[in-house]
Design a protein around this ligand. Structure first.
Ligand code: TYD
Length: 134
């Protein structure tokens, strides 16, 4: 996995229809960093947008535990990508240095596995300031 490019991960899925499933992330092969923080975002009104920022150092794995997330990313060189997470067996690796906007749909619950502790100094929250990094 490249540490510079976002990438969708198909997680292992253990189980069957009758009893349900377990998905997991285990070991360095699937996780390119040692997690320092895990948080989750929930009770977001349908269609609301969060994110709206950039991280200088933080790497993240995003999983949509329920509902649907539409994640729009923009690199400092202006490449734009859109990812849809709508199943808990998928994850998005989100490297540092991307602007992200995330729309929450269908009572989405977002789980984030983060490479660093919370640090407001790692954020750029002003889109114009982000564009000036080009
Ligand atoms: P933010 O990262 O902007 O969340 P989102 O992208 O989902 O809108 O964080 C929202 C607020 O919560 C902001 O004031 C910072 C605070 N916060 C913490 O204090 N600790 C954390 O670990 C996180 C993720 C956010």
């Amino acid at each position: 996995m490249s540490r510079n490019k976002p990438c969708l991960l198909e997680l292992p899925k253990i189980g069957e229809k009758d009893i349900g499933f377990i998905s997991l992330i285990e070991g360095e092969n699937l996780l390119p960093f040692v997690p320092k923080r895990i948080y989750w975002v929930y009770d977001v009104l349908n269609g609301n947008k969060r994110g709206g920022h950039y991280h200088n150092d933080l790497e993240q794995i995003i999983i949509c535990l329920s509902g649907k997330l539409i994640i729009s990313l923009e690199s400092v060189s202006g490449e734009k990508d859109r990812y849809i997470l709508n199943h808990p067996s998928k994850a998005l690796y989100l490297p540092a240095k991307y602007w992200r906007d995330i729309v929450f749909e269908d009572n989405a619950v977002l789980l984030c596995i983060a490479s660093e502790n919370y640090n407001e100094n790692d954020y750029i929250r002003d889109y114009k300031e982000f564009l000036n990094k080009n």
